[in-house]
Write a protein that binds this ligand. Structure first.
Ligand code: KG4
Ligand code: ZN
Length: 337
């Protein structure tokens, strides 16, 4: 089954064609990072407009790259939630139009489910059940994936997402947006024990996260040092900050896995590209636990992950009519149709 899939929930316009949920026939993406960079973050109206400008041409290019004829496409999958509402609507309406014109089934896909599914592409042997940690610019979740379309949230952030924490910290250090990858690089040159940043744990919600404290701490640390005229070692700050953020993530995830007797662990989302996080999980997991990580090109937003999850949604009978709407917020636990 060949699924044409669309992702436009934030600042990447992405179109892919995926066969049977696992094989990527073509994957095309246009990033808007250079456009939003000057504002220090994503401007929703500009994101929507850029999606509109690119999606039609990108779809043609994706189909061309796949080598398929349009008659060989069997269904259309699209990210319907969560995300920037205007941005989501561009992909959704384009997908609806395509599905209607070619009389194909329309499959709505949850963005976080799709991030998890990026691992199905990279790891042919991976099957639920497993425990997943999804860490991106907008989400930090620990989720029990009971089946391809059945999820239970065991941990979540109480405030900011891990990616937001990285981006804010990077901004304080004068790094370009989005800062996660730059901070990752800079952290490799520094001493993670140089600065003590706070790590919040909740006794009653041991798998939940909070990053607002560590975000404030880096702002205050840099501000105070500047006030005193002290010289700042940016690499040491980046390493110590990354150590705090990834320490919280790794600790909660591994604790959750231990407590729930989970042997198969999966990470996903933009922040799952972080090298310190990967090292900590590999070093901290038990010998009988297997850790699956997406390759770096499948960590961030892409169309292929939507096609992968779309296949399993279709198998479960989750297709929508043309009255399907996009939702800016929606739990991974709930079905979209
Ligand atoms: O999954 P994603 O592409 O988009 C969302 O769904 O939010 O995640 C983007 C986030 C950004 O905050 C970005 O800074 C962060 O992932 N990120 C990283 C790294 N690469 C991307 N954070 C830490 N280390 C990285 N290597
Ligand atoms: Zn994402």
């Amino acid at each position: 089954m060949n699924i044409l899939s669309f992702e436009s929930s934030c600042d990447e316009t992405a179109v892919a064609i995926v066969r049977d949920g696992r094989e990527v026939l073509a994957s095309t993406v246009i990033s808007q990072i250079d456009i939003h960079k000057v504002y220090g973050g994503v401007v929703p109206e500009i994101a929507s407009r850029c999606h509109i400008e690119k999606i039609s041409q990108l779809t043609k290019e994706c189909i061309r790259q796949s080598g398929l004829k349009e008659e060989e496409l069997d269904a259309v999958a699209v990210t319907a939630a969560p995300g920037l509402i205007g941005a989501l609507l561009v992909g959704l309406n384009f997908a609806k139009g395509y599905a209607y014109a070619r009389n194909l089934p329309l499959i709505p896909v949850h963005h976080i489910r799709a991030h998890v599914a990026a691992n199905y592409i990279a790891h042919p042997d991976l099957k639920p059940p497993f425990l997943a940690m999804i860490v991106s610019g907008g989400h930090s979740h620990i989720v029990l994936v009971k089946n391809y379309t059945d999820y239970e949230i065991l941990g979540r952030t109480k405030d900011d997402a891990a990616g937001e924490a990285f981006d804010k910290g990077a901004r304080v250090l004068g790094l370009p947006y989005p800062g996660g990858v730059h901070m990752d690089r800079m952290a490799k040159e520094g001493n993670p024990k140089a600065v003590k940043f706070p790590r919040v744990h909740f006794k009653d919600d041991p798998y939940d996260f909070s990053f607002s404290g560590v975000k404030t701490a880096i702002v205050n640390y840099v501000h105070n040092a500047r006030q005193k005229g002290e010289e700042l070692n940016f690499a040491d700050i980046a390493a110590s900050y990354s150590d705090a953020v990834t320490g919280i993530l790794a600790e909660n995830f591994l604790r959750c896995a231990r407590d729930h007797g989970q042997k198969t662990l999966v990470i996903a989302g933009g922040v799952s590209a972080n090298s310190m996080l990967r090292e900590k999980l590999l070093a901290g997991k038990a010998k009988d636990q297997v850790l699956y990580m997406p390759p770096l090109n499948l960590c961030g937003d892409n169309g292929a992950m939507v096609g992968a999850q779309g296949y399993y949604e279709f198998q479960a009978g989750h297709t929508a009519g043309l009255d399907l709407n996009a939702l800016s917020a929606y739990s991974i636990e709930n079905q979209l149709c």
